[in-house]
Design a protein around this ligand. Sequence first.
Ligand SMILES: [Zn+2]
Length: 172
Amino acid sequence: MALTSLLRHQRRELAMKLVKRELRTSPVHSLTGLPEPEIRTLYRMQHDRSPPSGPMPSASSFFSSRKNQAEVTLFGALYRHLGGKRIHRQLSADILMKAHDLYRAVHPDDGDGKGLDFTDAWVIARDLKSGATRFLPCRQCGLDYLIADHVDIPPSCPFCFFRRLRKQKEGR
Ligand SMILES: [Zn+2]
């Protein structure tokens, strides 16, 4: 097999895996280099419908509440655990898939649309690479939590927030 067709085969195979996870067309394109029309065809073959269009989810939607921030932090911690420092330089589809599988083991997709889907995971990985989303160490509990610029919640630890909340409730 010629090198170019081998590469093409590998790209298509990777695109197929990503499409099965319902990753949106533009991230599949950026991870595989496959032309977008070809990706949309793969998507329709796999899911019997067109891939979703419209704007991608943004960092601000992930940090709209403390619960969401904790959820994003959970995924980010798994992703960083598997990818190490590389995650700030490159976005590896392989590590992303492994991290999302681990995340789904903790927070299964119950069909309720809750939790982070694979496209959300890609957006978080992209923002960790660019620095738009980053880890900060919590001086109180020692865990690293995620935060982004221009979000509604204060830049502090979600876990300590929930701990304080519970203490307040118990103190009543
Ligand atoms: Zn904390």
